[in-house]
Design a binder for this molecule. Structure first.
Ligand code: AMP
Ligand code: MG
Length: 408
């Protein structure tokens, strides 16, 4: 039997990052960066004040205090966005706002709270002010290039553009950015027993839910779902869906069910007419059976039909595929250690159980949600983590620690 790790490594060897495209900044959120970003400018671009107050020669404030204020003439006003009209001479000050350029000749700012000046909006420029604080050179100033130097490498390919990254691109004057194209992922369910949620249940029928779960997971992983209609267990219908995926030029195909050893499981046969499919006995539970191959050169993952197996199979194998196709750097699982409030049992395969992690004064604790049948989607709804019993371990005692994979 193949370990989960080896199965994943084999799959990822066949997967490569897709093409790139240029997008405007407002379309860049959550996209994956495809270029190195180097600053073409210093940030901030000029020496400026970090406080509302008065630009001074620091030396002129020597000895200033509430009881021994320094009284100095005010020779100008520098609102944010303006340019100082002239330099200040020793013994002079200028009123200055946060973010405004420092005037030549000044080397520090005394914040308004340490003067007798009013800071009500619209206050007239005083002719002179009293300064109550001695300041050192550079106090309350931000030199040009303090945050970022021209030529500095700011971001690298593979990084996710969160709101702060996009803001940084704007602040260095970029209007568009190279990102990876989102992979298009075809998904369809197979099974004669399946009816859509808006249809009445006939005898022996159940409602199809996997395609909805998988569609959401594809979006969450950064892909664009291309949802095809559910196929009955008939080769010509399955073939039609695969051909539709091919002509839609998708980057990945996911099928749900039809890959067990049942006599109506035709997915393998049809895929092999124009591709290849390997059936792996992966040492995990749930998630067997699972299949990986290609249809007309498009990577294809066959997930099991049981709703929980399909979900876990997606998280373990498909999410990393989509992330790699998206150009994302390898994403470590969000795993924390939690104290078990109940014992866990497994058959020795790497087992993923649905659980709830709560934060307690002595650290995270974990317990199971409901019964662990692989058809029980509700137990997944109640869970916020998958508790992992490692391969080769048949039980974990109450009060022992377990790896809990936190779900989004
Ligand atoms: P199979 O993989 O075809 O053996 O299916 C395993 C179990 O999952 C059966 O009980 C199916 O009825 C159920 N199942 C298969 N596909 C779906 C689906 N798309 N939505 C909900 N349940 C499903
Ligand atoms: Mg079936």
């Amino acid at each position: 039997m193949l370990s989960v790790q080896d199965a994943l490594a084999r799959i990822l060897k066949e997967i490569h990052p897709g093409q790139t495209e240029s997008v405007g900044l407002s379309d860049a959120y959550h996209r994956i960066l495809a270029e190195q970003v180097v600053s073409l400018e210093d940030l901030p671009p000029f020496d400026n004040s970090s406080m509302d107050g008065f630009a001074v020669h620091a030396a002129d404030t020597t000895g200033a205090s509430r009881t021994t204020p320094k009284c100095l003439p005010v020779v100008g006003d520098i609102p944010a966005g303006s340019n100082p009209a002239h330099a200040i001479q020793p013994g002079q000050v200028m009123r200055i706002m946060t973010g405004a350029p420092m005037p030549d000749g000044a080397d520090a700012v005394v914040q308004v709270e340490e003067t007798n000046a009013s800071y009500d909006p619209g206050s007239r420029l005083p002719e002179e002010i009293e300064i109550y604080l001695q300041v050192e050179p550079h106090t309350n100033t931000r030199p040009a290039g303090m945050d970022i130097r021209k030529g500095e490498v700011l971001m690298s390919p593979g990084q996710t553009l969160t709101p702060s990254e996009v803001g940084l691109l704007a602040s260095i004057g970029m209007t568009s950015v190279a990102v990876y194209r989102k992979p298009r992922v075809a998904v369809f369910a197979t099974g004669d027993e399946l009816v859509p949620p808006d249809q009445p249940l006939g005898p022996g029928k159940i409602r199809e839910s996997n395609s909805y779960v998988l569609t959401g997971l594809i979006c969450q992983a950064g892909g664009i779902p291309v949802v095809l209609s559910t196929s009955p267990d008939r080769p010509e219908e399955i073939r039609q869906r695969l051909e539709q995926a091919f002509s839609s030029q998708v980057d990945l195909i996911i099928t749900s069910a039809g890959v067990s050893m049942g006599v109506y499981d035709y997915v393998r046969q049809v895929v092999e007419e124009n591709g290849s499919l390997d059936f792996w006995k992966v040492n995990m539970r749930p998630g067997k059976p699972m299949a990986f191959g290609q249809y007309r050169g498009i990577p294809l993952v066959g997930l099991p039909g049981n709703p929980v197996s399909s979900y876990v199979g997606f998280l373990v194998f498909v999410q990393p595929i989509i992330q790699k196709m998206s150009g994302m750097l390898e994403q470590p699982r969000k795993i924390i250690r939690a104290i078990l409030d109940q014992p866990l049992h497994s058959d020795g395969r790497e087992t993923y159980l649905r659980g709830i992690v709560t934060h307690q004064p002595d650290g995270p604790h974990a317990h199971l949600t409901g019964h662990q049948g692989s058809g029980n989607l509700f137990s997944l709804v109640q869970a916020n983590a998958l508790l992992i019993v490692p391969s080769g371990v048949k039980s974990l005692a109450e009060r022992s620690e377990v790896n809990a994979w936190l779900l989004d």
